[in-house]
Design a protein around this ligand. Structure first.
Ligand code: AMP
Ligand code: ZN
Length: 469
């Protein structure tokens, strides 16, 4: 498979360093609030990448950090009047719940910054001892960008414009402010009771150092892929790369991949602009996680994706068409043994693989899937599809869905209204009022629920599941 490397600005073949397992680091959420669906565009892109790497036969070892100490988390905890860990815990829990809702596979490691302070201090000590970092008057420690000649290569900065010797203390800043940046921040009154002892006095880590320390701890000094949204390129990833390579003298990540933003009316969806929706906001309006996932997934990751309600509605329509195909194939297969794929479907299979392997061209992969749907309906309409072929096509859809993760229909728990209707139907049956019982069954069906009799009594089910394996 080929991917676009931000560092080289080229399409490159992805080959893991050890030939087998792709080691990948994905910058995770700052847990000071609920993540918004713009953030989830990045996490869904990374999930597609992870799944695609496995689709093409490699293993994956993925690390996603949780930033649970920084300016924003400290400010939130102080405003709420609670300890930092108590403030961030519910947002961590909510994040994992949202990942499940969006059918995002779990990474192998989710290290939290506050659990890795000694590793960060050790890394900073290494940089200080070789003169690549220095302590300032107030007890903060800065990385000396002049000591790393490659500084600016990832973000393609103009080296002439760098302000070597000048300093920037905050975690986020503009390219024009590129200067020596903080690795360790001396304690100040705004930090309240948050702080750790270090060789430079009490303080806390800057944001960038956490990702260097945690990626190298779990993936080694040199690993394969490092990802994030484009806003991470500068300063976050530039600084991560500088401090890691300056400390080890070895290449840090080999491939850097960045997704473009989810935008609303032309502007990046972000907390600071106030133009954001959390996943919860969207679910509350009656949308499903699966529909949100489809929308976030459906555009190529290097192109900005516009968020609109119409686009979400189109995602719902697309999924309904895929569900219809799965249902019809299942019915046609009828439990027969799985045979060979029909000849007409093979070009679609190849087109799908070709698209996905070409820098995750998901729009073309989806087009291959819809072309297959069109042709499958045509064959079934004409009575030309054998049950074994329908089974083979279902298997192909299941395989594709390992990469896409959109076909499987999640089990939805019945709401209280549906349960009440079921209860009334049981009462009607006990009273031998069959007409009433049938009417209630009809009402439930209208709401999308089927009644299934089980040894434990009647249960509510959604109509047959999808082809996703
Ligand atoms: P943050 O919590 O701000 O560090 O962001 C977490 C991740 O979401 C990072 O990888 C960001 O690049 C990404 N991100 C933030 N806003 C957007 C957006 N509107 N579209 C896509 N990715 C975003
Ligand atoms: Zn990071």
């Amino acid at each position: 498979m080929k991917i676009f490397n931000t560092l080289t600005q080229q399409l490159e073949k992805l080959t893991p360093l050890d030939g087998r397992c792709v080691r990948m680091y994905t910058c995770g959420p700052t847990v000071y609030d609920y993540a918004h669906i713009g953030n989830f565009r990045a996490y869904v892109f990374e999930d597609l990448l992870r799944r695609t790497i496995r689709y093409f036969g490699f293993e994956v070892r993925q690390v996603m950090n949780l930033t649970d100490v920084d300016d924003k988390t400290i400010r939130g905890a102080r405003q709420a009047g609670v300890a930092l860990a108590d403030y961030t815990r519910p947002f961590k829990d909510a994040f994992f719940e949202d990942l499940r809702t969006l059918n995002i596979e779990r990474a192998e490691h989710y290290p939290a910054a506050t659990d890795h302070i000694p590793e960060m201090i050790a890394l900073i000590e290494k940089l200080v001892s070789t003169g690549r970092a220095y302590r300032s008057e107030d007890g903060s420690v800065y990385f000396r960008i002049a000591a790393f000649p490659d500084y600016g290569r990832l973000a393609h900065l103009d080296r002439e414009g760098l302000k070597a010797g000048a300093r920037v203390a905050q975690d986020e800043y503009e390219k024009e402010q590129a200067a020596d940046f903080a690795l360790w921040k001396a304690w100040g009154p705004d930090d309240g009771d948050v702080g750790w002892d270090s060789p430079w006095g009490r303080g806390r880590p800057g944001w960038h150092i956490e990702c260097s320390a945690m990626s190298m701890k779990y993936l080694g000094e040199t690993f394969d892929v490092h990802t994030g949204g484009v806003d991470n390129i500068f300063p976050h990833h530039e600084d991560e790369r500088a401090q890691s390579e300056a400390a080890t003298g070895r290449p840090f990540a080999r491939y850097w991949m960045h997704c473009a933003h989810l935008v609303v009316e032309g502007r990046k969806m972000s907390k600071s602009l106030g133009n954001f929706y959390t996943l919860r906001d969207v679910l509350r309006q009656g949308w499903q996680g699966r529909e949100v996932r489809y929308l976030l997934l459906s555009g190529h990751y290097r192109q900005a994706l516009n968020f609109t309600w119409e686009a979400l509605s189109a995602a719902r329509g697309a999924l309904a068409r895929l569900d219809e195909l799965s249902d019809r194939l299942r019915e046609r297969a009828g439990g027969a043994a799985v045979g060979d794929l029909p000849a007409w479907s093979r070009p679609h299979r190849d087109a799908f693989d070709e698209a996905l392997g070409n820098d995750l061209n998901v729009s073309e992969a989806l087009a291959a899937m819809f072309n297959l749907a069109r042709d499958a309906h045509r064959e079934m309409d004409a009575g030309r599809m054998r049950p074994e072929e329908a089974g083979a096509l279902m298997e192909l859809l299941g395989l594709w869905d390992r990469a896409l993760g959109v076909l499987a229909r999640p089990e939805v728990a019945p709401d209280s209204e549906a349960l009440a209707l079921l209860e009334r139907r049981e009462a009607a049956r006990r009273a031998r009022n069959w007409a009433e019982a049938d009417a209630l069954r009809g009402l439930l069906a209208e709401k999308g629920w089927l009644i299934q009799d089980t040894p434990q009594g009647p249960k509510l089910k959604r109509p047959s599941g999808a082809g996703g394996a």
